[in-house]
Write a protein that binds this ligand. Structure first.
Ligand code: ADP
Ligand code: MG
Length: 259
């Protein structure tokens, strides 16, 4: 059993707008007054139609961009710049095609100048995501699910306090996707990393999350936060699961504008 690696995350009255591409005097309110606390080791998903600011929120949490106003904290530290303590995994695994699986997982350590001291962990993380026999394979030989395992291992090897997942399973077929949901849950349970998962798949949100943050667009806002009080592992066809699914569908429908 691994000690909890996750940290508390707090967002206070955060706003973010962008100039419209065709008219810089008009601004798009991507996020309007977002306030949220996530507990250490919690798995929270952000669910909502495209354009409701999910990716903007994750990018602000990485520190790659700054809000117009408001505060972002991980533990006791304000987020002011990118850090390996906040790992990000996207829909596109973005592997280096000229590096092997091992090389790709090592790449983050190389960038931080800690490869020598951390090299022994590379094997541990390849094992953790079930890729030990693919250490010397190149990305073009990997299936989509395997490539995402590499991306997850590459993020986890930095021992992030928060793992930010922006539709990481969005490009996978339905069966691989369900298997990878179990895989991400296993990693979460093994490492107790605080995880924020962006998805527009209602079932994925219910299957995985402690809480679901329902978002609506124009401006991007938190519509409601739903606690998922179902026992794990969850049964995708249990009456409780299907009830919750029906409730969320209705909420999203009445929130309007879904596309
Ligand atoms: P989601 O991930 O939920 O689909 P995004 O965070 O990508 O939503 O976008 C939220 C809103 O902000 C959208 O209206 C989008 O067009 C706008 N937006 C996001 N990033 C930029 C940017 N860099 N420049 C201009 N507008 C942006
Ligand atoms: Mg997005």
């Amino acid at each position: 059993m691994v000690a909890a690696e996750g940290s508390v995350l707090r967002v206070r009255e955060m706003r973010k707008s962008f100039p419209k591409p065709d008219n810089a005097e008009v601004r798009t309110h991507a996020l309007d007054t977002i306030s949220l606390s996530v507990a250490a080791g919690e798995l929270v998903s952000f669910l909502g139609p495209s354009g409701c600011g999910k990716s903007t929120l994750l990018r602000l949490l990485t520190g790659l961009d700054t809000p117009d106003s408001g505060e972002l904290w991980v533990g006791d530290e304000p987020i002011t710049a990118p850090s390996a303590e906040r790992g990000l995994v996207f829909q596109d695994p973005n592997l280096f095609p000229w590096l092997t699986v091992r090389g790709n997982i090592e790449a983050g350590l190389v960038a931080r100048g800690v490869l020598r001291e951390k090299r022994s962990e590379v094997d541990d993380f390849m094992r953790l995501v079930g890729l030990e026999s693919f250490a010397n394979a190149f990305p073009h030989h990997l299936s989509g699910g395997m490539a995402q395992r590499v991306a997850l291992a590459r993020a986890l090897i930095n021992h992030p306090k928060v793992l930010l997942l922006d539709e990481p399973l969005g490009a996978l077929d339905a069966f691989t996707r369900m298997r990878m949901q179990d895989e991400v849950l296993r990693l979460w349970q093994a490492r107790r990393t605080t995880m924020l998962l962006v998805t527009h798949d209602i079932d994925e949100a219910i299957y995985m999350s402690d809480r679901i943050v329902l978002m609506t667009p124009r401006p991007g806002r938190i519509e409601r936060i739903i606690e998922v009080a179902l026992d794990r592992p969850r049964q995708r066809n249990s009456p409780e699961f299907l009830n919750l699914r029906g409730d969320i569908l209705e909420l999203l429908h009445f929130a309007g504008d879904a596309h």
